[in-house]
Write a protein that binds this ligand. Structure first.
Ligand SMILES: C[S@@+](CC[C@H](N)C(=O)[O-])C[C@H]1O[C@@H](n2cnc3c(N)ncnc32)[C@H](O)[C@@H]1O
Length: 436
């Protein structure tokens, strides 16, 4: 299979029918393909295929700069296929809040109320884990206020780890932007208003003019770079105050060079009930407005070539229970990867085999979607390496192997009301962005 393909590349290189550069590119593509295919087989419950791939690729000579990561992925996939609950493979994805401190007091945010920051021992541990990590999501508070953040970002950059950074964009400067562009970063900037009045009301203490300056600086510096790995996306939280502006966000995203637009709705645990129109003060008028907004932003994003992540409720379908609409909904769910059919041999979730989530109070869970009632540790007193295989993490794995009949996981996940991508995530095939 893959080994044969690898040998054929070796032979072509030796005989001079391809040059060194083409050989490197072809090996890189081959490795990326192996990674994606072994994961897809695990997701579909093709246990035998996973084991076959693992054995087949053992003798491929993987370039030193990605060998630890590649070997860890293969071992991890094998351990998932073998239904291991104690893993020799290491954490592959880390979602990590680094501080609860913020330069802005958003009216909807609870995080800043509790003063917290990532302890230093965790920084050392995360840096040691970089050669194995595929993806790190950095969150705050405001990440750029954390004293060790640049070091963490630099280390991730050094190992070409895919980084996702959530920020309000107000603390960006030339030095940081150059790093963001050089590293492999997906930058998410949160902007909830298109005018000074609305933006500064929601993001109390923020300066709209500074934001616009920073967006211009970002775009300008990016255009000066020939190699551009960085993408940025725009996060918008919909509430009463900005409801009338949401339909114009695609134009704003286009103007400032955002590749993706994410439109989000409130969680239920929100203080300012007046602004949280999704869980309080509901009305038919509001639902009709949301239906209209969804259509408009969809059309505009398609027109502008902007990727749209719309998590607003689909009131049109929710309010109409006819069989025809239900069928349409099921079909859409399948198309969006939210099918309710899980292959018989497959696990319904692979998160506890792959990820660790450190919340903005230090509590640890496999994923931010996991039930907050059951933390598996706290970074104040626990080492990540110990949590990875501790009794709580093993219990998650055991419960998932034994099926859906338990109350450790939330019903949203068991009944698949959250995106399939969260539960069974296939890593970015551009994982190995080493320079050739
Ligand atoms: C807590 S902020 C921290 C990162 C950064 N300071 C920022 O502004 O993006 C992360 C994201 O959570 C969103 N958020 C804040 N409060 C929320 C709530 N009550 N419900 C849903 N999302 C919320 C923000 O809009 C932001 O996009």
């Amino acid at each position: 299979m893959y080994y044969k393909e690898y040998l054929s590349l070796e032979n072509k290189l030796k005989s001079g029918s391809i040059n060194g550069q083409d050989y490197k590119m072809s090996v890189r593509n081959l490795l990326n393909r192996i990674i994606v295919e072994i994961q897809e087989n695990n997701i579909n419950g093709n246990v035998k295929a996973v084991k076959d791939i693992y054995n087949d690729v053992k003798n491929i000579n993987v370039p030193a700069e990605v060998k630890k990561r590649f070997d860890n992925i293969m071992l991890n996939e094998l351990e998932i296929a073998e239904r291991k609950v104690f893993l020799k493979s290491k954490m592959r994805i880390l979602y990590c809040a680094v501080t609860s401190l913020c330069n802005v007091k958003c009216i909807m945010c609870q995080i800043v109320k509790n003063k917290w920051e990532l302890p230093e021992h965790a920084v050392d541990e995360i840096i040691a884990a970089m050669p194995y990590l595929e993806n790190v999501v950095w969150q705050g508070g405001e990440v750029f206020l954390y004293k060790h953040f640049e070091r963490l970002m630099d280390e991730a950059g050094k190992y070409n780890v895919n980084q996702e950074i959530g920020t309000n964009g107000l603390l960006l400067n030339e030095r940081i932007i150059k790093k963001l562009i050089t590293y492999n970063v997906d930058l998410g900037i949160s902007i909830d208003g298109l005018t000074k009045e609305v933006y500064e009301y929601i993001r109390a203490g923020a300066d709209f003019d500074l934001l616009i300056n920073n967006l211009r600086m970002l775009k300008k510096i990016k255009s000066d770079f020939s190699s551009q790995k960085t993408n940025w996306h725009l996060n918008v939280l919909v509430m009463k105050k900005n409801l009338n502006q949401i339909e114009y966000f695609p134009e704003f995203a286009k103007e400032h060079g955002f590749a993706k637009l994410c439109i989000n709705s409130f969680g239920p645990d929100f203080d300012s009930k007046e602004e949280n129109i999704f869980h309080y003060n509901k009305s038919r008028e509001f639902e009709l407005k949301i239906i209209d907004i969804k259509k408009k932003i969809n059309r505009k994003c398609r027109e502008f070539g902007i990727e749209l992540f719309d998590s607003l409720p689909d009131f049109e379908t929710l309010n109409n229970n006819s069989d025809a609409l239900r069928a349409k909904d099921e079909n859409n769910a399948k198309l969006s990867g939210n099918s309710h059919e899980i292959p018989k041999e497959a696990l319904f979730c692979q998160v506890p085999w792959r990820r660790i989530f450190i919340d903005s109070d230090g509590s640890i869970r496999p994923e931010c979607f996991c039930d907050r009632k059951y933390s598996i540790g706290n970074i104040a007193s626990d080492r990540i390496e110990d949590v990875w295989n501790n009794e709580f993490m093993q219990r998650y794995r055991e419960c998932i192997i034994n099926g859906a009949n338990h109350n450790l996981c939330k019903s949203d996940c068991l009944e698949r009301r959250i995106p399939e991508k969260v539960l069974n995530y296939v890593v970015n095939p551009n994982l190995f962005w080493w320079d050739i």
